[in-house]
Design a protein around this ligand. Sequence first.
Ligand code: F6R
Length: 246
Amino acid sequence: MYHVKVKVCKDPAEVGKLAADLFENLIAEKPAGVIGLATGSTPLPLYRELIAREKAGKIDFSRVHSANLDEYKGLAPDHPQSYRRFMQENLLDHISIKYENTIVPDGLCEDVDAMCEAYERQIEEWGGVDLQLLGIGHDGHIGFNEPCDHFPAKTHEVELTEMTRDANKRFFDSIDEVPTAAFTMGCGTVMAARKIVMVITGKDKADILNAAFYGPVTPEVPASILQFHPDVTLICDEAAYSKVGK
Ligand code: F6R
């Protein structure tokens, strides 16, 4: 078993700063590197920190490439709840990365298999993901890889569970507007990244942090597969870490 590096911070702001250090170091070593990005609430302090660091001249995103984990099926890139729009508003529009060097699965694609294959191919053509950012769902999902009986390998379409739709309904006017399907990198796509950083904050994530990193590796907890990756850093706050060893 590989050893996950664990850093416990006092609060989400410090989680953002420590995670930003990993991106700053990667881009200093590899200015045209490929970063894997996630949406959700947990990465927001990190994204604010990355924007501030580029403004302060500590990071240069102008040659960086980015690939996002996932997108809702049926949402246009400019839909207020699309993950493309989330990324533009919370990070990409505020740094010097070139739009053409950023990819998010196409929520409106007609040929799902072709889009998913092209997504994998683009990442490969860029040389693979150097540093993949992940958050975790309350059910242990990474990207939109929900608990099931296997670890999905590649980018694919998924049906969303009621738990995930319910957790995400806060961003929509009603639960009926939350899409029922999405496109996501597979667990295999994620595991192919050279380095992975997972950020977890809040007491409500304490049980799943414990299950994912200190329980058995099982597709019923998709994030547990990270225990088999050679270079994972878990950066969490004290609240999220509070169930470990208890
Ligand atoms: C987002 C994603 C999801 C989130 C997870 C946690 O692109 O793939 O797996 O990382 O749902 O979301 P938050 O951070 O909002 O709790």
